[in-house]
Write a protein that binds this ligand. Structure first.
Ligand SMILES: [Zn+2]
Length: 271
């Protein structure tokens, strides 16, 4: 197995057996097989209202909420719905790999693409493409970034969020950091260095890249992901639940120690 960004050799990673590290790019690559996104995976997205508010504020401050926007990996369309209701001059479209999630978004009368081909074949281009906690999930990362690039207008922008491999919480929490918890879904865990390298490989230019506190409440996120794992062995579930309860103390500690302040990478790139 080689690094998908630089093609260099990968090495074992100290804090998780589920990942290998590229020392060149400073990214982690999952060695677990990818799992399909079940209905349960989307079950708790409603509880992410505080996350949506944070993202909306960042987008407003960066003056990115205008023109035609695509929410790539829109899930059930909760964020799209907020944008649609609050910013009538914005035209927002969505795409998600889950047919179940897309159906729910459609039921909310949101504009969605039902599959990747439909998205590629439509002729209009976008001013902004959102990838909110999406890039770490992509198995076929190069082909998707090529598609994203082609879907953008000239000087169109990509706004993305992703867990920060080198966050204080990941260094303090070590193997307990939430970023390592779901290798079947988190295919690549990025550092700023690795993310910039990947985006530059695809001809994107950097507008800004920085870190912020998590946009998802870690505890609820863990509970959501636990529920998403239903259908797997009971024993594993129980073990996971006990681990989460045990980690809650760690979570409180990290919260009060400001270990969470750089947990998420926010990047804005343009064509
Ligand atoms: Zn590499």
């Amino acid at each position: 197995m080689k690094c998908p960004i630089c093609n260099d050799v990968l090495y074992p990673f100290d804090y998780s057996n589920d990942y290998l590290i590229c020392k060149n790019c400073d990214v982690l690559i999952s060695i677990k097989s990818e799992e399909k996104y079940s209905q349960n995976y989307y079950f708790f997205t409603k509880s992410h209202k505080s996350r949506h508010k944070k993202i909306l504020n960042i987008l407003k401050n960066l003056k990115l909420l205008k023109g035609k926007i695509l929410d790539f990996g829109c899930g059930t369309g909760d964020f799209m719905e907020i944008v649609k209701n609050k910013f009538s001059m914005v035209e927002i479209w969505g795409y998600d790999i889950s047919k179940y999630a897309i159906k729910l978004a459609k039921d909310k009368k949101l504009k969605v693409f039902e599959n990747l081909n439909q998205l590629i074949e439509q002729s209009e281009k976008f001013d902004l493409i959102l990838m909110l906690d999406v890039i770490e999930h992509l198995e076929n990362i190069h082909s998707i970034l090529e598609i994203i690039y082609n879907l953008l207008k000239k000087e169109g922008k990509v706004f993305l969020t992703t867990p920060n491999k080198n966050s204080k919480y990941s260094l303090f929490g070590k193997e307990n950091w939430h970023g390592y918890a779901i290798p079947q879904y988190h295919r690549i865990i990025f550092s700023i260095k690795g993310l910039v390298k990947l985006m530059e490989l695809h001809n994107f230019k950097i507008l800004t890249i920085y870190t912020t506190p998590p946009i998802v409440n870690n505890f609820y996120e863990k509970m959501r992901l636990l529920l998403a794992s239903f259908g797997r062995a009971e024993k594993t579930k129980l073990k996971k639940l006990l681990k989460i309860i045990g980690n809650f103390g760690l979570f409180i500690k990290t919260y009060f120690n400001n270990y969470l302040e750089d947990d998420t990478i926010i990047g804005v790139f343009y064509k």
